[in-house]
Write a new protein. Structure first.
Length: 417
């Protein structure tokens, strides 16, 4: 998905998943919450198939994205695939709404889903929909509260009753610590200059900067810093024009060698990809992953992962350049497989190492899920920017601004220990 330059990227929005049985009113609820007919509604169970995303502003939270999902009670071969997609959504949720249906009683399947959310440490609310129907609510609500151990709210999505209370509950359960940390806020101060090196080549999108560059500029402005943007061949001239050294130089990873040569050794230098690796996950772990690249043997298998899907150029970084560099390091043939977008393999034990992009198009929860899953299966993970800096012999310099990552690179350790 290509983000409009004037909107908050999906990866930076507070992500709210809506889950429940088929025909419980999930799609009607998302329409009521957004005030728009976003999701198709029908009396036919299973109307929602693939997850439906809707970005909006929800005060006082700010930018959020709602995700409507297929029922977790779907059936048949296609139903199993839809349920799998529903569980994939959990990986990126900051908050979850489980929709129950008034009159169904305690609904063991919905309560089991609430329990899973609790085990995954995803804050949630149980919403009892269709409360405009006749009947006594109090006994049913109290029983659900007792079993679910999460807040329970009665609403009628059809009549828009209880929606304001639900929005207030979502805002109340927002955890600021679950948001993505700043990209660069701790690397420079107010009034200081960051020089951003942004090559413009055939792979660059026409008429705009790519998302990591946009987000870094915004982060610099947030702390009242100064963002100075240049291309790699104009960097030396740019630095010569400054009266004082910049606080940091940040470059597209593919221009690392040229930028490193033109940036004075005492000026901190890193890449957009490394900044995002730190923001989205654990930079130290990704630095450790480069040690497994050093020990690759011919015949081993590597997984290359990108968080977005895009048209690949003739000399694509993920399909062409990284495989070529890894084969050179290994000194022989290496088998490669690729994953992109929301796709991430369930079983990754067969891979010697995973090389992941910076992850600007996926949120922190999703990236942490991927890294933690890999580590649990004993598979090291590294990052595009880290690998490129290593190949070009400047990794130690590129991670110097990050003490924990530098210490990780200096460690004498082995994944097989």
């Amino acid at each position: 998905m290509i983000e409009n330059m004037n909107t908050t990227p999906m990866a930076n929005r507070f992500t709210i998943g809506i889950f429940g049985r088929r025909n419980a009113g999930k799609s009607s609820l998302i329409n009521a919450l957004t005030g728009q007919s976003i999701a198709v509604t029908s009396q036919v169970p299973g109307t929602t198939t693939d997850p439906v995303y809707k970005a909006m502003e929800l005060l006082p939270l700010g930018p959020v994205v709602f995700i409507d999902t297929a029922g977790f009670d779907d059936t048949g071969e296609l139903g199993e695939l839809r349920i799998e997609k529903t569980y994939e959504v959990l990986r990126k949720c900051n908050f979850a709404i489980v929709v129950g249906e008034f009159g169904r009683g305690t609904d063991p399947e919905a309560l089991a889903f609430v329990k899973e959310l609790t085990e995954r440490q995803i804050p949630c609310i149980y919403v009892l929909n269709k409360c405009d129907q006749a009947g006594s609510r109090e006994t049913e609500i109290e029983k659900i509260k007792e079993l679910a151990k999460v807040p329970v709210i009665c609403v009628s999505a059809l009549k828009r009753e209880g929606i304001d209370e639900l929005k207030d509950q979502i805002a109340r359960h927002n955890n600021p610590d679950d948001r993505e940390p700043a990209l660069i806020g701790d690397l420079m101060g107010s009034g200081e200059i960051a020089v951003l090196v942004t090559p413009i080549d055939k792979a660059a999108p026409k008429g705009r900067l790519i998302l990591p560059q946009q987000q870094t500029i915004r982060d610099i402005l947030e702390i009242d810093g100064i963002a100075l943007v240049t291309k790699e061949h104009e960097l030396k001239q740019t630095l010569d024009c400054l009266k004082a050294d910049p606080a940091i130089v940040i470059t597209d990873s593919q221009a690392f060698l040229k930028v490193s040569a033109d940036t004075p050794p005492h000026v901190p230098l890193t890449s957009f990809s490394i900044l995002f690796a730190r923001q989205k996950s654990d930079l130290a772990e990704m630095v450790r992953g480069i040690k497994r690249i050093e020990r690759l043997q011919p015949g081993e298998k590597v997984l290359i992962v990108e968080g977005c899907t895009h048209h690949r150029q003739a000399d694509d970084i993920g399909k062409v350049k990284i495989p070529r560099w890894i084969r050179q390091i290994a000194g022989g043939e290496i088998s490669f497989e690729w994953a992109s977008g929301a796709g991430f393999p369930k079983d990754i034990k067969e891979y010697a190492v995973i090389v992941h992009c910076g992850g600007c198009m996926i949120n922190r929860r999703e990236m942490q899920y991927r890294v933690n899953k890999a580590l649990k299966q004993g598979v090291p993970v590294t990052n595009y920017g880290i690998l490129i800096a290593y190949v070009q012999g400047i990794l130690e310099r590129a991670i110097r601004p990050f003490p924990a990552a530098s210490l990780a690179y200096e460690e004498n350790w082995d994944y097989n220990d």
